[in-house]
Design a protein around this ligand. Structure first.
Ligand code: NAD
Length: 351
């Protein structure tokens, strides 16, 4: 297959491109605007592969998107390009509406035009695969799990923009017959994650001797999924998912934010001990909660396990240790962006 991957220079996109080039014979074109969250170095491991191609461009730019479809003639689109940080969506929601909603619309419009021009088996096998989040379902109480039948109930501007994108994708499937797939995954972690999200931010701040912010009481629960497990799931959904279907993806690894920060500190105490003999956890600082902060996310992955045979390979403990080791061994990858783009200060606090 010839696969157009949008957002392939980001965290999940680059992990997915590594899998597509490493584990399959597919041809890959990455379309990415290279926003602050992108890092071209994340694609270094595949850069010299003849099946890998890269184009810089904005998914909101209809002419640029049209040229990419005409020039590459994809058999499938895996759409990950997005503004992805909830805190930034609170401070500046415009970019989220633009990229996540209007950008998805432009891709759907171009994909439909392209798909209608395909013949026979190529048309039958075409797929538009939207990579989405469990945040579209809102917040769980103490019990229950999100699944493919959960109602949409987004709370943050980020979640609302992703929900809107999901609805557009479903509508293009139902109204125009475009063969669409949607995957709603839980919180990812792993290497090459921009150091604004909880786990890499905690690592970077700890190594800088800065306070380790925990929002509110830290009892918010997230269901942690290693990015490599997510990338393998996305390939399975593309290759085996039924058009029109959605798949919720999670590794049954619910942890409170406070437990996650504590686990990062324990690993750093072992792998990068402080000079003064104290624990990194001594720097944990409880700060004002995020406005509208969802209390709990948890995923029931039974459908993707049953229908596509997916199983996560990492436990949270094995995946987190690998992640911390990666950030310690690859300081060059993230330290430059700490200086140039974002130094770890509080975002999305309204006050
Ligand atoms: P990321 O912020 O690391 O990467 C996003 C990428 O999209 C960047 O390379 C950026 O340059 C590119 N991009 C942004 N705006 C663009 C535009 N207008 N045109 C072209 N490219 C643009 O995000 P991520 O964490 O890798 O998330 C990827 C996708 O997966 C997103 O759609 C996100 O909603 C979804 N998702 C993320 C998580 C998570 O925990 N990170 C969980 C579930 C789903």
């Amino acid at each position: 297959m010839r696969i157009l991957v949008t957002g392939g220079a980001g965290f999940i996109g680059s992990a997915l491109v590594h899998r597509l080039i490493g584990d399959t014979t597919h041809e890959v074109l990455v379309l990415d605007k290279l926003t602050y969250a992108a890092n071209l170095a994340s694609l270094d491991p595949v850069a010299d592969n003849p099946r890998f191609h890269f184009t810089r461009g904005d998914i909101c730019d209809a002419a640029a998107v049209g040229q990419v479809f005409a020039g590459f003639s994809p058999d499938a689109v895996i759409h990950l390009a997005a503004e992805s940080h909830v805190d930034r969506s609170i401070d500046a929601p415009e970019a989220f509406v633009r990229t996540n909603i209007v950008g998805t619309f432009e891709l759907l419009r171009a994909a439909r035009r392209h798909w209608r021009g395909l013949k026979g088996e190529r048309a039958d096998r075409f797929r538009f695969h939207h990579v989405s989040t469990d945040e579209v379902f809102g917040s769980l109480g103490a019990d229950g799990l999100f699944s493919e039948t959960s109602p949409y109930d987004p709370r943050s501007p980020y979640a609302a923009s992703k929900a809107a994108a999901d609805h557009l994708v479903s509508a293009w499937g139902r109204t125009y017959g475009l063969p669409v797939l949607i995957a709603n995954a839980s919180n990812n972690y792993g290497p090459r994650h921009f150091p604004e999200k909880l786990i890499p931010l905690t690592i970077a701040n700890a190594l800088a001797g800065r306070p380790l912010a925990v929002y509110g009481d830290g009892a918010q629960v997230r269901d942690w999924l290693h990015v490599e497990d997510h990338a393998r799931a996305l390939v399975l959904v593309l290759e085996g998912g039924a058009p029109g279907e959605t798949y919720t993806i999670g590794a049954r690894s619910e942890r409170t934010n406070l437990a996650v920060v504590g686990a990062v500190c324990d690993l750093l105490d072992r792998l990068a001990a402080r000079g003064d003999g104290r624990s990194h956890a001594d720097r944990i600082a409880f700060v004002a909660d995020r406005p509208g902060h969802d209390r709990r996310y948890g995923i029931d992955p039974a459908k993707i396990e049953r229908e596509l045979g997916w199983r996560p390979r990492e436990t949270f403990e094995s995946g987190l240790e690998k992640t911390v080791r990666w950030y310690l061994a690859n300081r060059g990858w993230w330290q430059d962006s700490r200086v140039r783009v974002y130094g770890g200060e509080r975002l999305g606090n309204l006050g």
